[in-house]
Design a protein around this ligand. Structure first.
Ligand SMILES: [Zn+2]
Length: 270
């Protein structure tokens, strides 16, 4: 499933082909993904010039000179294919730019989505309105977390997965950030000390930026025929490593928390 770093890498890759380009043709090969494509999508974007691209949590943003933004979500299996040699069965949306680039949104399981939103209304768009700060932005601070966690008895891991507290953090990155910050995943959020929160914020940023950098290695493939954006492997310190040694030598442990696996080291995380 594409996580924030994959979405960020996808946006950076797409920007190379789309920024400053006019959308010459937009083709929809079916009526919907998880939801129907927005009414008038083709008309709204055909001939529009892409100004910039951006990201909010796990949504990609394609801004145009018409004051509208195409918002995409990759769901479980979505990916953009760059300059595909042939259009395949699951290429549900195909963009052609004025200079001849072809970009196909491929989504076999169709849990993804496409929306058209007025650019100046994006902050008020319902999926964004209730979101907490971006983990890579300046608004995520130890003070923000202290305020959000104050008096809360829920485990710190659950709180970090709450999109209203921090936007776009997934299970892998929360496990890794808590390990790096040496915080037990099941510690009551309200009892995490300020020094620990001061370790946690940079830890969150580091695991995300390192993963984005790892994804950057796939950027080399973007210009090749049928290059695909979306997925890359990273090496984790604890995630998926139950029973293997932590860097400290103690075994990585796993337990199920809120329906999801938590990986951690009882020796490192207090
Ligand atoms: Zn350890």
């Amino acid at each position: 499933m594409p996580e924030l770093p994959e979405v960020e890498t996808t946006v950076r890759g797409l920007a190379r082909f789309l920024e400053g380009e006019r959308i010459a043709r937009l083709t929809l090969n079916r009526a919907d993904l998880r939801r129907p494509f927005p009414d008038g999508l083709v008309q709204a974007l055909t001939g529009a010039k892409v100004t910039t691209l951006g990201r909010r949590a796990k949504y990609g943003l394609i801004h145009t000179d018409r004051g509208t933004t195409m918002v995409f979500h990759l769901g479980m299996s979505g990916r953009w294919r760059i300059e595909p040699e042939t259009i395949e069965k699951h290429d549900h949306l195909v963009l052609e730019t004025g200079s001849g680039h072809v970009l196909a949104l491929n989504d076999a399981r169709r849990f993804g989505s496409i929306d058209l939103v007025d650019t100046d209304m994006l902050d008020a768009w319902p999926p964004f309105a209730a979101m907490g700060p971006e983990p890579l932005g300046d608004e995520l601070t130890p003070a923000h977390l202290r305020h959000a966690f104050a008096g809360r008895i829920a485990p710190v891991k659950q709180m970090l997965l709450d999109q209203g507290i921090v936007a776009g953090l997934g299970n892998i990155y929360v496990c890794e950030a808590l390990h790096r910050a040496k915080i037990r995943p099941d510690k009551e959020a309200g009892k995490v000390s300020l020094p620990a929160l001061k370790r946690l914020v940079p830890a969150v940023r580091e695991v995300l930026t390192e993963s984005i950098a790892a994804g950057g290695s796939t950027i080399r493939d973007y210009a090749q025929p049928s290059g695909e954006l979306g997925y890359f492997a990273s090496s984790w310190q604890v995630y998926g490593r139950e029973g293997q040694p932590c860097a400290c030598g103690a075994p990585v442990l796993r337990f199920v928390q809120g329906g999801r696996s938590t990986f951690w080291c009882a020796n490192c995380q207090k």
